[in-house]
Design a protein around this ligand. Structure first.
Ligand SMILES: C[S@@+](CC[C@H](N)C(=O)[O-])C[C@H]1O[C@@H](n2cnc3c(N)ncnc32)[C@H](O)[C@@H]1O
Length: 382
């Protein structure tokens, strides 16, 4: 049993969340009145907090104690794979619905800064736990929750008493019949904030959503909606949510770039002193994603610990770069091809971040308006 599961049960989890600062005084009554176990289905695949690995199935019928321990641990629980196409006990390919990690749930609710009686729109009903917490806090009559997957939505509806307004549909549209909202919270991540969320939020209202660029990395952003119809604010914390279904990346395969030719094709060879290992962290990916738009990467691993970092342009669908990592080396071979020089762009972004003092997620911000969106480092707080 790890520190994360010790004292499993609502009280143990509450103590851990209070100690970590995620569960604040104003949410303790909701945590106690709305137990997570009432919202978690019998079959779950517990994850690890950063979302990079899933554990095997825990089936309540087979092992009720393991199920309860998982439910009252500070971990996300996958409840559906592959948009419901996956059946059986094994892990699927892509988690498509879950009960989010409790510390993230309450940290985002703290970011939302909701007051009694405010009208709240949630995107991504999932199990219904977050909608139930919000309903306890502001009254179910003030909460609207939208879920795209009808099977997931139906299960949540069967658990939610009292029942907030539940809609099945594409949350990118928000939910106009009950607008305007004082608060909007998304529990799936986006690469673009839908304008409908801003349009349906009253001026001065707040939108909290996990946001991540195409290259990788992700953080929760807290936007304040202005009178002029724009919304802006800082990122608050690192996150790793499943992507809103309609914004999942649709990336060209490797062969698109090499065009059937053998590497290095017409690529230009060079050397770099920047190790590809330096750019792989979650924060580093986020920063590179902000400054190198329209790029994504894969890693090709070899037996001896060496690997190749491949970077591709999703905008011109031609440019690519490869960098060969070798353990212990202080120079690395690069090849770049196409209209963009993707490794040079990556190096420039990383160098800018280092020269800026390696700022964390919380020093970056996002502004969204009719003209599009921009990200920034360090202007005045909203
Ligand atoms: C991490 S889960 C939500 C967790 C949930 N808030 C809870 O308390 O259990 C993300 C959910 O977003 C849903 N989702 C994905 N794309 C969506 C969309 N376009 N509109 C509404 N819901 C969407 C998924 O089906 C999934 O159930």
């Amino acid at each position: 049993m790890s520190a994360r599961t010790e004292g499993a049960g609502p009280a143990g989890l509450a103590s851990a969340l209070v100690a970590s600062g995620a569960l604040r005084d104003d949410w303790i009554a909701a945590f106690e009145a709305v137990p997570r176990h009432l919202f978690v289905p019998d079959r779950i695949w517990p994850g690890i907090p950063d979302g990079t690995r899933q554990n095997p199935l825990v089936d309540r019928a087979a092992d009720p104690q393991a199920w309860l321990t998982a439910v009252y641990s500070d971990i996300p629980l996958t409840t559906q794979w592959d948009d419901g196409r996956h059946t059986g006990d094994a892990v699927g390919t892509r988690p498509s619905s879950s009960s989010s990690q409790p510390s993230m749930v309450f940290a985002m609710l703290a970011d939302l800064d909701v007051a009694d009686g405010q009208r709240v729109l949630e995107i991504g009903t999932g199990t219904g736990w977050n909608a139930a917490l919000l309903s306890h806090r502001v009254g179910a009559e003030h909460v609207v929750s939208v879920e795209y997957d009808p099977v997931v939505a139906e299960a949540a509806a069967s658990r939610l008493r009292p029942t907030p307004t539940l809609a099945v549909g594409d949350g990118r549209q928000g939910y106009a019949p009950c607008a305007p909202y004082d608060r909007v919270i998304a529990t799936c991540s986006v690469g673009e904030i839908p304008l409908a969320w801003i349009e349906q939020t009253a001026p001065g209202g707040v939108i909290v959503a996990p946001w991540g660029p195409e290259y990788g990395g992700e953080a929760v952003v807290r936007l304040v909606v202005g009178e002029d119809g724009t919304a802006g604010g800082h990122f608050t914390r690192s996150s790793a949510f499943m992507r809103l279904r309609q914004q999942r990346p649709d990336l060209p395969p490797h062969d698109t770039y090499l065009g059937g030719r053998d590497w290095p094709a017409d690529g230009v060879r060079s050397r770099t002193s920047l190790s590809p290992a330096e750019v792989g962290g979650w924060l580093e990916q986020f920063v590179i994603g902000l400054r190198v738009p329209g790029a994504f990467w894969t890693v090709e691993r070899y037996d001896d610990g060496a690997y190749t970092l491949w970077t591709y342009s999703s905008t011109d669908r031609q440019s690519w770069a490869s960098v060969d990592y070798e353990p212990g080396a202080d120079e690395f071979k690069t090849v770049q091809a196409g209209p963009r020089r993707l490794w040079d762009e990556t190096e420039a972004a990383y160098g800018w971040w280092v020269r800026s003092g390696r700022p964390g997620f919380e020093r970056f911000g996002l502004t969204v308006g009719l003209e599009g969106w921009t990200t920034w480092l360090d202007p005045a707080r909203n």
